[in-house]
Ligand binder design. Structure first.
Ligand SMILES: *[C@@H]1O[C@H](CO)[C@@H](O)[C@H](O)[C@H]1NC(C)=O
Ligand SMILES: *[C@@H]1O[C@H](CO)[C@@H](O)[C@H](O)[C@H]1NC(C)=O
Ligand SMILES: *[C@@H]1O[C@H](CO)[C@@H](O)[C@H](O)[C@H]1NC(C)=O
Ligand SMILES: *[C@@H]1O[C@H](CO)[C@@H](O)[C@H](O)[C@H]1NC(C)=O
Length: 446
């Protein structure tokens, strides 16, 4: 059964809603000639991949639409070969979690969690489709609760979770962090895949979702208690010598994308160096774009970068993106400004068609995708045509395909666009959290 799930694992940046105006506070250091030397990672872990259940497709397409129009909560898509998971050990217990550069918290469902629908009605725990019965804090010898606080996160697709907070020993890919702050989810509106039990967020401390007090209804920017996410803790604890993590997300095959439930070895998450896959010499180092604070400094939430231009047949000088674009492993598709999505999708042969009530570009599964590349930091990174046509089965079990590049809304100052797995299949993305740089390196073709 092929299926599609479009989800959003981009955290809603609650604490920055007062400073939503994005300013490009760091000037772009154009580095076409830059050759950032990256060490091979001492810690790395193979990523796996799974296919969610088909019944959610329609609902999730609806969420794709609403998310795409939202200002702070931009959309992630996830499909059969497009949601990347990693193994994590917390307090001696093993789980699989979603790898997400679009949010910052690492959380697990608590044993005994309560499950809710997206419109907040109680439902059986099984309907949240976690992969295990949850994290048992009482069985962890290292878990320490953080009283009088709460964990409270919403993702752009409408999933939301609340719970308590604590510290525990966390290991991913051989890298161990002690006393890592984590969310322990006691109430979940979650549409799981029957494999993951939570999520690992890799974005910045200011995007974390722990709040002072025990009543989630009172949460907001004023009582937010930012903390160091897993990799920030690893750097602080000197568990890695180079403050970078790196992801290489392999594309699955067309057949796998249309019909897999679990697909092991689909890339790498590496800590302390570059992910171990073949790359070319084409590379660019670009600054992460922060948000301006009222005090004149800058604050970092997402891995947002400036894109110089999108290049495809018929693209013009107008085909640039003013707003920053987030490099997000938790997103399957690329979301670009409306005018660019329209111009690009017209260039498939035959052209993609926009289905208004789903706000989605569909494309013939046998279409030829137009050439496409993104110029970032002065360097053009091509996206393989195989990444631009994504198959799934519709409600009649017919194979249909959607375009890899969708409408992310108008290009306005307070918008954020996304480059998801469609882009990330073609590069190794390495995130330097001390310099706040992203190093993109073209992958050798595969
Ligand atoms: C999809 O995979 C399942 C299980 O692996 C298999 O039983 C089924 O026949 C496959 N369906 C198609 C359309 O390939
Ligand atoms: C949490 O709120 C209480 C009551 O307002 C306050 O006394 C305390 O200092 C706050 N804790 C933190 C860590 O900010
Ligand atoms: C916290 O949780 C409550 C209850 O689920 C929700 O209404 C509220 O929007 C959440 N606040 C934040 C900041 O996430
Ligand atoms: C696409 O090509 C396959 C064979 O490669 C064929 O079976 C299928 O009918 C074609 N689909 C369309 C919509 O033309």
């Amino acid at each position: 059964m092929a299926s599609w799930k479009l989800v959003t694992f981009l955290a809603v940046a609650v604490s920055c809603t007062s400073a939503l105006e994005v300013r490009h506070v760091r000037s772009s250091r154009v580095s076409a000639a830059s050759t950032t030397e990256l060490p091979t990672a001492p810690f790395s872990i193979a990523l796996t991949d799974k296919a969610p259940r088909s019944s959610y497709k329609k609902q999730l397409l609806r969420e794709l639409r609403s998310g795409g129009k939202s200002k702070t909560a931009v959309v992630d898509g996830s499909g059969d070969d497009e949601e990347y998971l990693t193994d994590i050990v917390v307090g001696g217990q093993s789980f699989k979690v979603i790898v997400d550069t679009g949010s910052s918290d690492t959380w697990l469902a608590d044993k005994g969690f309560k499950c809710f629908t997206l419109d907040n009605s109680p439902q059986p725990a099984a309907d949240c489709f976690f992969g295990t019965t949850g994290f048992d804090t009482s069985k962890s010898k290292t878990f320490v609760p953080l009283p009088d606080t709460n964990f409270n996160i919403s993702y752009g697709d409408g999933e939301f979770l609340t719970g308590s907070v604590g510290f525990d020993t966390v290991t991913v890919g051989g890298l161990t962090v002690t006393r890592q702050e984590i969310g322990v989810v006691t109430a979940a509106a979650w549409e799981g895949d029957s494999i993951n039990t939570g999520l690992m967020g890799l974005a910045f401390p200011d995007l974390t979702s722990v709040y002072n007090g025990s009543n989630p209804d009172l949460d907001g920017a004023d009582n937010s208690l930012p903390y160091n996410p897993f990799f920030f803790s690893a750097v602080q604890q000197k568990a890695v010598s180079t403050p970078v993590f790196s992801v290489a997300l392999n594309r699955g095959t067309f057949a796998h994308q249309a019909n897999t439930t679990f697909d092991p070895d689909l890339g790498f998450l590496a800590f302390g160096g570059i992910a171990p896959v073949a790359v070319t010499k084409r590379s660019a180092t670009v600054p992460v774009q922060g948000f301006a604070t009222s005090s004149g400094g800058s604050e970092f939430f997402y891995y947002a970068v400036d894109i110089d231009a999108l290049v495809f047949p018929g693209s013009t000088a107008k085909t640039t993106i003013k707003a920053p674009t987030i490099i997000d492993t938790g997103t399957t598709l690329n979301y670009v400004p409306t005018n660019i999505a329209k111009a690009f999708n017209a260039r498939f042969d035959p052209p993609a068609t926009f289905v208004e009530d789903e706000d989605t570009y569909y494309v013939d599964c046998n279409a030829t995708a137009p050439a496409f590349s993104a110029k970032i930091g002065g360097v053009e990174f091509a996206v393989d045509g195989r990444d631009q046509i994504l198959p799934f089965l519709d409600e009649n079990n017919d194979l249909v395909c959607i375009s890899g590049t969708q409408d992310g809304g108008p290009d306005e100052d307070d918008t954020i666009f996304i480059f998801g797995d469609v882009f990330l299949h073609n590069v190794v993305a390495t995130f330097d959290i001390s310099k706040n740089d992203i190093i993109l390196t073209e992958r050798a073709s595969y």
